[in-house]
Design a protein around this ligand. Structure first.
Ligand code: RB5
Length: 148
């Protein structure tokens, strides 16, 4: 699977660890930055870059990290077709896929340990959307993007 990863300065260390973890799982990984925590960067810029890549590459997924996962998920969700879930444990990761067909997972470096974060990413990348009764609900989200 093609996986786009990105973080702001507050998520840099965890992003580095997750990038290597995802590579180790055998995925193709593109890191959009930031590439150092020496300088502050604005999380909406990173969110936009990853979200647009996920939007434009069918079947790909994104992993975004900021301090809390909140700001970067809010920003990513402004891109049409993106369903970014701010996730704190493997149950949320699994359900974000099964029920919401989430295509980006957002994690907070300041709120989630790195081992838990790896388990979250693993669950996120290995769980399929259940479809069924959830399909119409996800379609309603898409309709909202068209002002319906
Ligand atoms: C940066 O200090 C911090 O505000 C950002 O990483 C994120 O937590 C925002 O939601």
């Amino acid at each position: 699977m093609m996986i786009y990863v990105g973080s702001d300065h507050a998520g840099f260390e965890l992003k580095e660890a997750l990038r290597e973890y995802v590579k180790g799982l055998g995925h193709n990984v593109v890191d959009v930055g930031t590439f150092s925590d020496a300088n502050k960067v604005d999380y909406p810029d990173i969110a936009k870059e990853v979200a647009e890549k996920v939007r434009d590459n069918a079947g790909s997924r994104g992993v975004l990290i900021c301090g809390t996962g909140i700001g970067i998920s809010i920003a990513a969700n402004k891109v049409r077709g993106i369903r970014a879930a701010n996730v704190h444990d493997t149950t949320e990761a699994r359900l974000s896929r099964q029920h919401n067909d989430a295509n980006i997972v957002a994690i907070g470096q300041r709120t989630t340990g790195s081992e838990t974060a790896k388990d979250i990413v693993d669950a996120f990348l290995t769980t399929d959307f259940e479809g069924g009764r959830h399909t119409a609900r996800v379609e309603k989200i898409s309709a909202m993007e068209n002002g319906q």
